[in-house]
Design a protein around this ligand. Structure first.
Ligand code: 5GP
Length: 225
């Protein structure tokens, strides 16, 4: 990720630092409708999660997107309240203090987090929610809400991922190297997810996610947590 000035950020962490508290949200206790599910879309940077999510939301209007709060500046074309809730750091820190976030993470020096109240509220109301977050965040959510459905969007291969990142040309060579190292670690996390969708062909990937949504809407909650 580049910062607003387009300068490579120096002490960039290999992976994001996830910050979570040892609490558990009892998702199954808020299940009031058989189809309300929390779908967490994650995966390697450059695997095409964003395009996939936008298409998914168009084709599945029943899904509600959880809009993440972030302290990073908007990129060209991004709208506040649609792509992210762009916020300043003091406001974000206050949300952390007030434990208003389901999980939060520092990714390349910027803060990201989702509103706990919004997510739990929508699930309790019977909605199915989809969020797109990084791997650490996805694993944190799974620890807190075992009923959350984790979908890993993978590139066909690391070589293809590298090609996609290079063609995007939004990173400096240093940032690209950091992204690729992080992607290697990220691919190793696939076994912790519920589903993996290889995004080789957008239509195929969307079709597969559609099948996952249908199957999950019919799944009987375990009721164990
Ligand atoms: P970007 O700034 O490029 O849109 O996102 C940077 C990274 O932050 C992506 O990997 C994205 O998935 C992740 N991210 C966005 N929202 C959240 C969130 O609420 N929690 C966590 N843990 N990561 C997030």
């Amino acid at each position: 990720m580049s910062d607003e000035k387009g300068k490579p950020e120096e002490s960039v962490p290999l992976q994001s630092q996830a910050h979570d508290r040892p609490e558990t949200f009892h998702h199954s206790s808020v299940i009031t409708h058989p189809s309300n599910r929390l779908f967490v879309i994650s995966g390697a940077s450059g695997a095409g999660k964003d395009t996939l999510l936008l298409e998914l939301l168009k084709r599945h209007p029943e899904l509600e997107r959880c809009v993440t709060f972030t302290t990073r500046a908007p990129r060209v074309g991004e709208a506040d309240g649609v792509d992210y809730h762009f916020t300043d750091e003091p406001t974000f820190r206050r949300m952390i203090e007030e434990e208003a976030l389901l999980e939060w993470a520092e990714v390349y020096g910027r803060l990201y987090g989702n509103s706990k109240e919004w997510v739990l509220g929508r699930l309790a109301a019977g909605a199915s929610v989809v969020m797109r977050i990084d791997i650490q965040g996805a694993l944190t959510i799974k620890r807190k809400m075992s009923e959350a459905v984790l979908i890993y969007v993978a590139p066909p291969s690391l070589e293809e991922l590298e090609r996609r990142l290079r063609s995007r040309a939004s990173e400096s060579p240093e940032e690209l190297a950091v992204r690729l190292n992080a992607a290697r670690w990220e691919m190793e996390q696939i076994p912790h997810f519920d589903y993996v969708v290889v995004n080789d062909d957008l239509e195929d990937a969307l079709g597969l996610i559609g099948c996952i949504l249908r199957a999950e809407s019919a799944r009987i909650p375990s009721g164990k947590d």
